[in-house]
Design a protein around this ligand. Structure first.
Ligand SMILES: [Mn+2]
Length: 350
């Protein structure tokens, strides 16, 4: 959760305000997410250039969690925008853009949104379209088509927001070697513990090329240790992983790890169909199960990993799932991993 700080005064843009006082604009964005950061940046530039009423922009990151997602007290007396995150029925929210399939917490929320669209009261303030790969793309199109915003120079941002949010990496090599600045920025955004990153990074994303954003000293300081951790994980999984009958399996529970790039197994074994990894962090032992995104096997022939993981008390999506065990249940986790490996291997040879 990022703290609130005054940022990027709109005075420097020369935006004109007629017959009204300027108000702060607080932007709530999907935290630890490249598309969330890009969405907040695009919204800021759009608001500054096309609305022009904000005296300053503030940023507040939101994360999915159990229980209430919004704290009403965080909304300010001014403008409140939510981008790339769920709908809030709060009367204080003046802008909303989202593209997630599950955007509404309750049927009442959805009804409230639809009412604002049909009676026109919020038709030019709240926008939802789950057909968009990225929220960045949605904001750019709405801003351009409905408000005359110029998207010139923002092509690179949109391109990468679509790739990252859609997990449409061209190859495991691109996803693991991270040659492009967008991939490195994604790792910094997703992994950093620095709560001030958002407010520093977001304004820059629409002001300069991504390589130049990456070159900023405050980004480089965070990137260095993360690249080291990434290379260490690549080396460790490389030493442990083995491919047998279509399934890449590895156990790295003897090294505490706070996560690793999930494409590493397919980078090491491009011909593997699934991967089953056993890892351990300070608070859990985790079985991670995934499907190779570049497998030539048609989707209807692939295992539903959510169903398999649910059987062990975990969950996920059809192509990727996970099961968490408390630290004292490492043996149960190892047994589950072994059974899942066998089950997936049997499918491969069936
Ligand atoms: Mn998104």
């Amino acid at each position: 959760m990022g703290p609130d700080k005054l940022k990027a005064s709109s005075a420097q843009t020369g935006a004109q305000v007629f017959g009204g006082s300027r108000l702060d604009c607080k932007i709530f964005y999907h935290d630890k997410c490249f598309d969330g950061a890009c969405s907040a940046s695009v919204f800021t530039r759009f608001h500054r250039e096309c609305i022009g009423t904000a005296s300053s922009f503030l940023y507040h990151g939101l994360v999915h969690r159990a229980g209430a997602l919004f704290d009403e007290r965080e909304f300010i007396d001014g403008e409140n925008a939510i981008v790339d995150f769920k709908y809030s029925a709060s009367k204080k929210v003046t802008w909303w853009f989202d593209h997630h399939l599950s955007a509404f917490l309750t049927p009442e929320d959805q009804a409230g949104y639809e009412r604002g669209q049909s009676d026109g009261s919020e038709a030019m303030r709240k926008f939802y379209d789950p057909s968009y790969t990225s929220c960045t793309g949605l904001i750019l199109d709405i801003a351009a088509n409905k408000f005359g915003f110029s998207t010139k120079g923002l092509e690179e941002l949109r391109h990468w927001a679509d790739i990252v949010d859609g997990a449409k990496y061209e190859s495991a090599k691109a996803a693991v070697e991270m040659a492009s600045p967008a991939m490195k920025l994604t790792m910094v955004i997703e992994s950093t513990q620095d709560d001030t990153l958002g407010e520093k990074l977001i304004p820059l994303l629409t002001e300069m090329p991504l390589q130049q954003v990456l070159d900023q000293p405050f980004v480089q300081t965070l990137l260095g240790p993360l690249m080291e951790r990434h290379h260490a994980a690549l080396k460790l999984i490389g030493e442990r992983a083995a491919l047998e009958r279509g399934v890449i399996a590895f156990d790295i529970t003897d090294h505490l790890t706070e996560g690793y790039n999930k494409f590493i197994p397919y980078y090491l074994f491009p011909e593997g169909t699934y991967n089953v990894g056993l890892s351990k962090s300070s608070f859990r032992t985790k079985v991670s199960v995934g499907t190779n995104p570049w497998t030539p096997i048609p989707a209807e022939k692939l295992a539903n990993l959510a169903v398999i993981c649910e059987r062990y008390g975990g969950g996920g999506h059809a192509r990727v799932g996970a099961i968490s065990f408390s630290p004292d249940r490492e043996e149960d986790a190892r047994r589950a991993a072994g059974e899942i490996v066998a089950e997936l291997q049997a499918r491969e040879t069936a």
